[in-house]
Design a protein around this ligand. Structure first.
Ligand code: ZN
Length: 205
């Protein structure tokens, strides 16, 4: 814990003073432009690789960047999506998976979930990734099979996101765009899913 205490002291002394006016504006309201849905993985730090900061993104994270299929059950992800779209009026919703994702590793090796009943049940949501597996990319090296499944999961969860009633309506009105990304931890690069082409391509050249 000591490291966090030291970090917080440094924030109060060195960072917050420079952001005081920004936080003053944000203290009682927010108007984020983006809804960002990603994995809980500690190596995925959106503000770091996108240059965003306080007030910019409404973020929901879970193991495997899952958007559960709409059903009778209420869950934190779809409730967050509904709030972001209906109330905050975000302009873009981004579903971001990442390389070396443990959730998809588990989908390939079910034994790793033995003794983890809740994780096992939650990760049944990523099984749909197998139906959308992407072509193997030699650049992914020994992780090519896993990476193709992770990209497939981005496509699967993107479809679940696009099926949310509020998302369907706002996209239809031209007020919301929905995107699927794959973030590579090793290179720091993002790929975006091109629905028309049915494949991933670098976000920037
Ligand atoms: Zn992950």
């Amino acid at each position: 814990m000591e490291r966090l205490i030291v970090g917080h002291k440094r924030f109060l002394a060195e960072v917050f003073p420079g952001l005081r006016s920004q936080f003053h504006l944000l203290a009682e309201s927010q108007a984020p432009e983006w809804l960002f849905i990603t994995c809980s993985d500690s190596r995925v730090v959106p503000d770091l690789f996108l240059g965003t900061g306080p007030g910019d993104m409404f973020i929901t994270r879970n193991a495997g960047n899952v958007v559960p299929v709409t059903g009778q059950d209420v869950d934190g992800v779809t409730a967050t999506i509904e709030y972001a779209v209906e109330v905050l009026k975000v302009k873009h919703a981004i579903l971001c998976g990442h390389s070396d994702c443990g959730a998809l590793k588990a989908a390939l090796d079910h034994k790793s979930l033995e003794g983890l009943p809740k994780a096992k049940r939650w990760l049944s949501h990523v099984e749909s990734a197998f139906a959308y597996r992407q072509p193997l990319n030699p650049a992914d090296g020994e992780s090519a099979e896993l990476a193709s499944l992770i990209r497939g999961n981005v496509v699967a969860q993107l479809k679940n996101l696009q099926a949310q009633p509020t998302v369907v309506r706002e996209v239809g009105l031209g007020k919301l765009t929905v995107r699927g990304w794959y973030y590579d931890i090793l290179t720091g690069r993002i790929e975006e899913y091109d629905e028309g082409m049915g494949r991933f391509a670098p976000l920037v050249g």
